[in-house]
Design a protein around this ligand. Structure first.
Ligand code: SAM
Ligand code: SF4
Length: 329
């Protein structure tokens, strides 16, 4: 098991497959992109499968989510998913993606054993999409969503970040659009994880504001904490259900107490929190011939050092060196 000193058990593994991306979301990375990891720094497909295997067999992972950067840019994605789907016990397999290219790969991913996708879409308007992502790919995302649905990657989930003065007026429209299609929408509070350090607490749209905007059109009833479990999103039934909406309030209402995650970066570093300032290097150990037992021991020690909380709203908070796109969101 992967335990920490606060009694939490990690069962949910986030694996970043690349730090590269074909969008440039303003809250994530600068226009010019970043200094990408070199090929030899990246774990190979075989190395990823070995680490996921030991995480499932020896460390008790029940869920594996592939992310990035943009995971659909990883050429070996389908075969990595297929290998992970062969594991026993079989973990739940999901993908967090911007949806570009999903129209082409959704079916192959489903056949390889992927269970679900979370597609990030912040706006229904192609121009606002360009303002937010600096690319004209809105239709590709819509096509990707439709393909995910017809491939049976269900339920289709959507992630949205609201930026003041850009798309915050669209909260209720996005929810209405998702309810019509049976997509599950979650809003994520903007976090201080952008490479350009542009996050400003006074400018972010808080969970309270998101709910206020939604309540102008919908009746929201909170789900109980018991129903929430370890999920970071607080959920509300919309107009009495069955539709619902989630809000991940990592800044204003963090849920670190119930966190059940562990993270593996594309260059083989274990992180015990998105906001951790340290990492544990599994890649060097792995390439120096470490056994599964030795790698598992390193991973356990990394999680044992997990802090009680991320403390984003604390005055002494320090943003981690790596941006979200290089950690794996
Ligand atoms: N490229 C994929 C995508 O966009 O879904 C996967 C990686 S992305 C880093 C994962 C999620 O993090 C996306 O839903 C994105 O909106 C969210 N994200 C990125 N930067 C963020 C920030 N500064 N605050 C909150 N969420 C952020
Ligand atoms: Fe790319 Fe996802 Fe970051 Fe947008 S949020 S720039 S899609 S990694």
């Amino acid at each position: 098991m992967l335990l920490d000193t606060f009694g939490r058990q990690a069962v949910d593994l986030r694996v970043s497959l690349t730090d590269r991306c074909n969008l440039r979301c303003t809250y994530c990375m600068p226009e010019e992109g970043l200094q990408w990891l070199g090929k030899s720094d990246l774990l190979t497909d075989e190395e990823i499968v070995r680490l996921v295997t030991l995480a499932v067999h020896d460390l008790g992972m029940r869920e594996v989510r592939f992310t990035g950067g943009e995971p659909l840019l990883r050429p070996g994605l389908v075969s990595i998913v297929a290998a992970c789907a062969q594991l026993a016990p079989r973990p739940e397999l999901s993908l967090t993606t911007n949806g570009i290219g999903l129209a082409r790969t959704a079916k192959a991913l489903r056949e390889a054993g992927l269970d679900r996708v979370n597609v990030s879409l912040d706006t229904l308007d192609p121009e606002t999409f360009h303002t937010l992502t600096r690319r004209s790919r809105h239709q590709d995302v819509l096509d990707g969503l439709a393909a995910a649905e017809s491939a049976g990657l269900l339920p289709v989930k959507l992630n949205a970040v609201l930026m003041r003065g850009v798309n915050d007026h669209e909260a209720a429209d996005l929810l209405g659009w998702c309810l019509e299609r049976g997509y599950q929408l979650r809003f994520i509070e903007q976090m201080p994880l952008d490479a350009q350090h542009g996050w400003d607490r006074s400018q972010m749209i808080t969970a309270e504001e998101i709910l206020e905007r939604l309540r102008t059109r919908f009746d929201l009833t909170p789900e109980t904490t018991a129903e929430r479990g370890a999920a970071p999103a607080e959920r509300w039934l919309v107009d009495g259900g069955p539709g619902s909406v989630g809000v991940i309030a990592s800044v204003t209402r963090p849920f670190c107490r119930a966190c059940d995650r562990t993270r593996l970066t594309a260059d083989g570093q274990v992180r015990n929190c998105l906001f951790a300032t340290g990492e544990t290097d599994l890649r060097t150990a792995l390439r120096s011939g470490a056994s599964d037992a030795e790698l598992a021991a390193l991973w356990r020690a990394a999680m044992w050092g997990k802090k009680a909380g991320a403390g984003i709203d604390d005055p002494e908070f320090h943003q981690p060196d790596r941006p979200m796109s290089a950690i794996g969101g």
